[in-house]
Design a binder for this molecule. Structure first.
Ligand SMILES: *Cc1c(COP(=O)(O)O)cnc(C)c1O
Length: 316
């Protein structure tokens, strides 16, 4: 695979934020948002090895799943186009708007969009259901929703391996927990890692990560050490998945003004908020290095702006 145009290892930017002043914290942002203009953030981390597998196994088509505004759908469509693979996106909800920014973009990239009902979507983890898709679409390489398989986890291990120092604390936004699982596995059992749930009821993330770690490590002592370093913060969903508030938008705008870095409204903005909140409640007594993983997701901003009828970043 020719991957020259991917900015890897992704840059690490040190930033100043007024809320962290005098708190013994140096804040660094791992810029996975800069990996690629169309296949950004943790989506490329999760796709990379899957695409390699698809090509090596001789598949010419990738099939995957997602919601109507899914960053994973947009990224898979772009990656398929780039590496000469056909892509099929099975989308949750028959009413999903084919012209919305994400699905419109995915179709432009050549993805075949197939919308199914929410009831049918609940079956996507079922073997028989996948077989029925093979009857319908022919053979394909399957990538689960959100890129949540072992190749996805393995790709995300690179994020922490690329850090030039051992961070004291790492914050990351979570949906499926795949990225967090990669961080947990590649942790040298030193960094405290905070998974900030984008969904209401994010406690499931701990089981998800623990199961992924168990499968790979196969050693309960090491698993326990690694899991001790994982903390799920599930009170920063702002009402639920993809919900936002005026306060959150104001925070994103201030964060952009102070650091020059845009965050997305669904994941990284909430993770950044959680980090600042955590710093205010728990300022370290010794100097510490904290890392916020910018998992990307900026492609979702236009759709959010459309939905909310406002501009998040009005000056650009
Ligand atoms: C998909 C996504 C996540 C969630 O990643 P998981 O591995 O599913 O937990 C986080 N941030 C952004 C920007 C995303 O697009």
């Amino acid at each position: 695979m020719n991957q020259k145009e991917f900015a890897l290892p992704s840059p690490l930017t040190e930033v100043q934020h007024s809320c962290l002043k005098g708190k013994n914290i140096r804040l660094f942002i791992k810029r996975d948002d800069l990996i690629h203009p169309d296949i950004s953030g943790n989506k490329w981390r999760k796709l990379q090895l899957n695409i390699e597998q698809a090509i090596q196994r001789g598949n010419d088509t990738i099939l995957t799943f997602g919601g109507a505004h899914s960053n994973h759908i947009a990224a898979t469509a772009a990656a398929g186009n780039k590496f000469g693979l056909k892509t099929i996106g099975i989308i949750r909800g028959e009413e999903a708007d084919l012209e919305n920014p994400t699905l419109g973009y995915a179709r432009e990239q050549g993805m075949l969009i197939h919308r199914i009902s929410r009831t049918e979507f609940r079956e996507i983890g079922d073997w028989n259901y996948i077989e029925s898709l093979r009857q319908k679409f022919g053979s394909f390489y399957l990538i689960p929703q959100g890129g949540a398989n072992f190749y996805g986890v393995q790709g995300c291990m690179e994020i922490i391996k690329e850090l030039p120092f051992v961070a004291d604390r790492i914050f990351v936004g979570c949906g499926t927990g795949t990225t967090l699982s990669g961080l947990a596995l590649a942790n040298k059992a030193i960094s405290h890692i905070y998974g900030v749930s984008a969904l209401k009821g994010g406690a499931f993330l701990r089981d998800e990560v623990s199961a992924n770690v168990k499968k790979v490590i196969n050693d309960f002592e090491t698993e326990a050490f690694l899991m001790e370093k994982i903390c799920i913060l599930d009170q920063y969903h702002f009402g639920g998945y993809a919900r936002i508030s005026g306060e959150l938008i104001a925070f994103m705008q201030q964060f952009y003004q102070e650091t020059g870095i845009k965050t997305d409204p669904v994941y990284t903005s909430k993770a950044a908020w959680a980090l600042i909140d955590f710093a205010e409640a728990n300022p370290p007594t010794e100097p510490e290095k904290w890392v916020l993983i910018h998992t990307g997701g900026l492609q979702g901003i236009p759709a959010m702006e459309q939905r909310e009828g406002m501009k998040i970043y009005p000056d650009c």
